[in-house]
Design a protein around this ligand. Structure first.
Ligand code: ZN
Length: 347
């Protein structure tokens, strides 16, 4: 048996409290023999969710689920899953490129062909066959096309789980052949409680839930990565750029060592606070126009910054956003009575 392994296999998987109801729902369907062949699960957090996928698969395979329908952890099936040795389970994910030693950018057709072959074999145990694909939105087009036939004519007693952060990036032909489930982020009180258990102070909890747009897992990750410190530095650089003290490339150089998702989030948070500070003031016509332009820029930056992951292009895109920002803030500035840099400060 051969799995496509990410660098770390989350064999000690356990789900988070707010994720359990989706697992329980699917286990109930399985017990009622109503589990669909194709299940598409959109998980709203931006944080790696492979552990959730493994916990779900283990719950569906467990021989003696607990009263709350979560896996027992003790039965033969749970043990095989934990050892990454369950013969009828296939995990397909981004694999490491042998040449670059980095994860591939997409899931390739050969991986899906292997998965299809595994699903066609007779099960070794009595739990049925399960294939998990994560992150499913990373399947390239030929991989997605080759999966279609399996979704149309599934092997008997087989379940295909596509776990994704964004169903919108999957072809409609795939989506329409799966039953869709959504795993939401926790409601505020649950998120606050959970972050408190992770030793965040009340002030940090509020701050990081705002940065992460209520994604509790992301809030924790950002706190652990000193996000606030990086954001403060980034805003300081933008302020200097808007005050014509430094060039736009210096802003990029100041943050280029960070992961691009973090830079994207900093841009989103910074543009958001610009908008917030504008709204707080009494609005002249010029300011209203400015706010509308900022909203357009937020939309535009969300769009362009997520498309291209190539570094050079990313630099150009960041510069493009900052130059547009400066233009918007300079427009009718004498009427508004503020300097561009005034708006960049802690919210
Ligand atoms: Zn078990």
């Amino acid at each position: 048996m051969k799995h496509d392994l990410a660098t770390v296999v989350p064999v000690s998987a356990s789900s988070l409290p707010w994720q359990n109801s989706s697992i329980q729902h699917l286990v109930r369907l399985k017990h009622a023999q109503k589990l669909p062949h194709g299940i598409l699960i959109e998980i709203k957090t931006l944080v790696d969710s492979s552990t959730y996928g493994w916990q779900l698969a283990t719950a569906l395979l467990c021989k003696n689920p607990l009263e709350d329908l979560l896996p027992c952890g003790d039965c033969q099936h749970c043990e095989l899953m934990r050892a990454n040795n369950y013969p009828d389970f296939t995990y397909t994910t981004l694999i490491e490129n042998e040449r670059t030693q980095k994860p591939n950018k997409d899931i390739k057709i050969e991986q899906i062909r292997r998965l299809i072959h595994q699903l066609s074999l007779t099960p070794s145990l009595d739990g049925g066959k399960i294939a998990l694909i994560y992150p499913a939105e990373k399947m390239n087009q030929s991989a997605a096309n080759s999966l279609l036939k399996t979704l149309e004519e599934p092997a008997e007693n087989s379940t295909l789980i596509l776990l994704t952060h964004n169903t919108g990036r999957l072809p409609i032909t795939i989506r329409s052949r799966c039953q869709l489930q959504t795993v939401e982020n926790p409601v505020q009180a649950v998120a606050q409680q959970w972050l408190k258990q992770q030793n965040l102070t009340p002030a940090e909890i509020d701050e990081y839930l705002e940065f992460s747009h209520a994604d509790a897992q992301l809030a924790l990750q950002l706190q652990q990565q000193d996000y606030l410190q990086n954001l403060t530095k980034f805003r300081q650089l933008i302020k200097q750029y808007l005050g014509n003290e430094i060039e736009v490339i210096t802003v990029f150089n100041g943050v280029k060592s960070l992961d691009s998702p973090i830079i994207r989030l900093m841009i989103k948070n910074t543009l958001g606070s610009f908008l917030y500070r504008q709204l707080e003031k009494s609005l002249s016509l010029n300011q209203k126009k400015r706010i509308l332009s900022l909203l357009d820029l937020i939309k535009h930056s969300n769009f362009i910054l997520q498309i291209e992951e190539n570094n050079l292009n990313f630099q150009l895109q960041l510069e493009d956003v900052l130059i547009s920002l400066k233009q918007i803030l300079n427009r009718g500035n004498h009427n508004a009575g503020t300097k561009p840099g005034d708006i960049v400060s802690q919210h």
